[in-house]
Design a protein around this ligand. Sequence first.
Ligand code: PNS
Length: 165
Amino acid sequence: MAANPSRLAVYPGSFDPLTNGHVDIIERGARLFDRIVLAILVNIDKAPLFSVDERVGILREVFDDHPNVEVETFDGLLVDYARQRGADVIVRGLRAISDFEYEMQMALMNRHLNPDIETVFMMPAESYTYLSSRLAKEVFALGGSITGLVPPVVEARLRAKGRRA
Ligand code: PNS
């Protein structure tokens, strides 16, 4: 394989909202790759909690001090977006066995679509293995504490939206 002087990875997701589990994976990815693009899926079928623009703003704010972390949006096929950006790695987090089947299907489908793009799985710190955006939203909506589960800026934005966010 030819030497790759600057390796660009894409970390795709909905990030609705960004959790500390995502932050953990992004920091690991930023250490491993020269540059990592956080690629927010524009999904017109879903009713998101935060708009795409709000999510872009949150991710940029949280990773403001990471010069090799970029934030973008994409729609369509992930492999097409990755190729267009010049990335040959897709990063995904694996929390537990329950993630495995879905992640394996996506990784193998993406490999089928473009064999030149490799999916790299990373495990977050054990303390985040039970954490998901869906549960963080639910806990917040039901009045539970999400401190330590999401970055402070996400908690503040959720509070600004109100409990029924
Ligand atoms: O972390 P999420 O929210 O589960 O992310 C899912 C995501 C964005 C990685 C996935 O839905 C995706 O890649 N969508 C793009 C559409 C696509 O490429 N589909 C075919 C390959 S499986």
